[in-house]
Design a protein around this ligand. Structure first.
Ligand SMILES: Cc1cc2nc3c(=O)[nH]c(=O)nc-3n(C[C@H](O)[C@H](O)[C@H](O)COP(=O)(O)OP(=O)(O)OC[C@H]3O[C@@H](n4cnc5c(N)ncnc54)[C@H](O)[C@@H]3O)c2cc1C
Length: 484
C-alpha cells in the first residue's frame, strides 16, 4: 500500500474539485487530487459555461443584473426554502470568479440568456471552433487543470477514492486505488469531496426518486457520477439532505438525434400519452418547468406535434422560442435528422399523413388525439387559447396538409443530480444537528442544495457556477482551517 501526505485532499477533478485545488495552491497549501476518470473536468467537458452576476462582461454588454436583483429572483423562486447565506456568498463571489478565470486565461464569448424569460448570467466560454454550443467549456477545464498543477496540485487520474478516513470524529484522509490496483492511504488536514452526484447510478435514482434510468428517465450520460462521494460522506456522519435531479426534458438519445430534439421543442401542440394538452406550450423554452409538467403525465413523457409546414415556417422566419443550445440553423437540417432517425430505427420520432395514423404510431387513442387537434386548431383560428392561455403569437394551426405531421417523444431528463449533503457557506459538511464535521468539506453538485424543488434556469449557468464558486469557497475555508 502506498502512503501519501498533503495539506488537503480533493476528491475528484470536476470544475468544483479543480477550483478547490487551485484555491488551495493560491493559499500555499499542498493539494492532492484523486480523479476516477482518465481526464479532468467531469460534466463541465460537456457544458458551456458558469453563471456570473454583476460581471464586467455583463456591464459592457448592457446586460447587467445586480446582486440584489439576482438574490431576490432566486430566493423568491425557491420560496426561501434554501440557505440564503450560501446563495448570497455564491452569487456575491460569482463576478470575481469570472475575472479569476479570465486572469488564468479563460476567454468568454459573452453573457447570455438561455431563453427569453431568463437573465443573461450565463458566461459561455469562447469555443475553440468558434461555434457556441455544447462542449464550449472544454478550454476552461484545460486551463483550470494546468493552473492547479502550476500551483503545486498533484492530480492522480484513474484513481478512485473508496472511503474517507475518520479519526476522533475528524476527517483526516482518504483511501484510494491507483490505476494499477494498488491501494493508497492518503492523509491530510482536510478533505474536499466533489464527486458530482449520482446521475449515473440507476439504483440510487430508483431509491431516491423512483425513476427508472433509460426506461422513463433519459438524462445526459455523465459517466462516473455514481454517488460515491455522497455515500462516503453519509458514512462519515453527514446528514442526508436535499437530493434532487436537475430536471429537464429531451428526446431519448438526444445527442444522437440533436436536430430533431432542437426542432421539435417549439410551442406547437404538446400532448400526453392520453392525447391531451397539459400546459401552455409557450413554457417549452424553460426546460425545467416543462420537465416538471411532463413528470406529472402518465409514463412521464409527452409528444410535441407539428407539421412540415410549420417546420418550413420556422426555417424561413426563425423559431418562436430561440435558445442558444438549439440554434435556429437546426431547422435547415431537420430532414437530415429525419433521415438519420429512419436509418437508425429511432423510436422517438414519428411522422404520418393523418393525425389518426400518427396517434396509432404513438400508442394514443386516435379519436382523442383528433379531437384535441381539432380543438387546438379552433383556438388558433380564434387566436385565443382558452385552455392554457398560450400567447396568441404562438397559436399556429397544425393541419398536416403540406408534408404531413411530425412529432417527437419527450421524456424527463437531467444534467445530473444535485444535493445529498448539506454544507454551509464555508463548504463544511454538516451532520444531522447542523454541526460541521471537522476536516470534511464538499463542493459542487454533491452539496448543491440551493434550488429547492426545481433548477433555477432563469439564472442560467447556475450549476457550473455553483461548482466553481463553492470549490473556491471550500478551498478558502480549508486554508483558514489548516492555518488555525
Ligand atoms: C451536457 C451537459 C451540459 C451542461 N452545461 C452546463 C452549462 O453550460 N452551465 C452550467 O452551469 N452547468 C452545465 N452543466 C452542469 C455542470 O456541468 C455540472 O453542474 C458541473 O460539472 C458539476 O461539477 P462538479 O465538479 O460538482 O461535478 P462533475 O463535473 O460531475 O465532476 C465529478 C467528477 O467526480 C469524479 N468522481 C466520481 N466519483 C469519484 C471517486 N470515487 N473518486 C474520484 N473521482 C470521482 C468523476 O469522474 C467526475 O470527474 C451541464 C451538464 C451536462 C451533462
Amino acid at each position: 500500500m502506498k502512503t501519501m501526505q498533503s495539506d488537503v485532499i480533493v476528491v475528484a477533478a470536476g470544475p468544483a474539485g479543480l477550483a478547490a485545488a487551485i484555491t488551495a495552491g493560491e493559499n500555499d497549501l499542498k493539494a492532492i487530487v484523486f480523479e476516477k476518470a482518465n481526464t479532468t473536468g467531469g460534466a463541465a467537458n460537456m457544458g458551456m459555461g458558469p453563471l456570473g452576476i454583476g460581471t464586467k462582461i455583463q456591464k459592457r454588454e448592457f446586460k447587467d443584473l445586480t446582486l440584489e436583483e439576482a438574490y431576490d429572483i432566486h430566493m423568491k423562486y425557491t420560496h426561501y426554502r434554501v440557505d440564503g447565506e450560501l446563495v448570497e456568498t455564491y452569487f456575491e463571489k460569482s463576478a470575481d470568479t469570472i475575472e479569476w478565470l479570465q486572469d488564468m486565461g479563460v476567454e468568454f464569448a459573452g453573457a447570455f440568456k438561455y431563453f427569453t424569460e431568463s437573465a443573461a448570467t450565463w458566461h459561455i466560454v469562447k469555443p475553440e471552433n468558434g461555434v457556441i454550443g455544447p462542449r464550449a467549456a472544454g478550454p476552461m477545464v484545460r486551463i483550470m487543470t494546468e493552473k492547479a498543477k502550476e500551483l503545486g496540485a498533484e492530480i492522480y487520474l484513474e484513481t478512485p477514492v473508496k472511503s474517507l478516513i475518520m479519526e476522533d470524529g475528524k476527517c483526516v484522509g482518504v483511501r484510494a486505488v491507483d490505476k494499477n490496483g494498488e491501494e493508497i492511504e492518503a492523509r491530510a488536514k482536510a478533505v474536499i469531496v466533489a464527486t458530482g452526484g449520482f446521475g449515473n447510478n440507476a439504483k440510487m435514482l430508483k431509491e431516491e426518486f423512483g425513476l427508472d434510468l433509460w426506461e422513463n428517465f433519459f438524462p445526459f450520460h455523465v459517466p462516473g457520477t455514481n454517488g460515491e462521494g455522497l455515500n462516503m460522506m453519509w458514512e462519515a456522519g453527514a446528514a442526508k439532505y436535499g437530493a434532487n435531479i436537475e430536471m429537464i426534458y429531451q428526446l431519448k438519445d438526444n445527442l444522437d438525434h440533436f436536430m430533431l430534439d432542437a426542432c421539435l421543442r417549439q410551442p406547437a401542440l404538446l400532448v400526453n400519452q392520453r392525447g391531451k394538452r397539459f400546459l401552455d406550450e409557450g413554457q417549452m423554452g424553460n426546460t425545467t418547468f416543462t420537465g416538471n409538467a411532463i413528470n406529472l403525465q402518465p409514463g412521464k413523457c409527452a409528444y410535441c406535434i407539428m407539421d412540415r409546414n410549420l417546420i418550413k415556417y420556422y426555417a424561413k422566419h426563425g423559431p418562436d422560442i430561440f435558445d442558444i443550445v438549439h440554434p435556429e440553423e437546426c431547422f435547415y437540417a431537420f430532414e437530415d435528422g429525419v433521415k438519420h432517425a429512419k436509418e437508425t430505427g429511432y423510436d422517438g420520432y414519428f411522422e404520418a399523413d393523418t393525425i389518426e395514423e400518427l396517434a396509432e404510431q404513438m400508442g394514443i387513442d386516435p379519436d382523442t388525439l383528433a379531437e384535441t387537434l381539432e380543438e387546438y386548431n379552433e383556438m388558433c383560428e380564434a387566436n385565443l387559447d382558452h385552455q392554457f392561455h398560450k400567447k396568441p403569437a404562438y397559436l399556429r394551426p397544425i393541419t398536416g396538409r403540406k408534408g404531413g405531421f411530425v412529432a417527437g417523444k419527450f421524456y424527463i431528463a437531467a444534467y445530473g443530480t444535485i444535493g445529498g449533503v448539506r454544507t454551509n457557506k464555508k463548504g463544511e459538511v454538516l451532520d444531522a444537528d447542523l454541526n460541521p464535521i471537522p476536516g470534511l468539506y464538499s463542493a459542487g453538485s454533491d452539496c448543491n442544495t440551493i434550488y429547492g424543488d426545481s433548477y433555477n434556469f432563469t439564472l442560467p449557468g447556475n450549476t457550473m457556477g455553483f461548482a466553481i464558486n463553492s470549490g473556491r469557497m471550500a478551498g478558502e475555508a480549508v486554508a483558514d482551517y489548516v492555518n488555525e
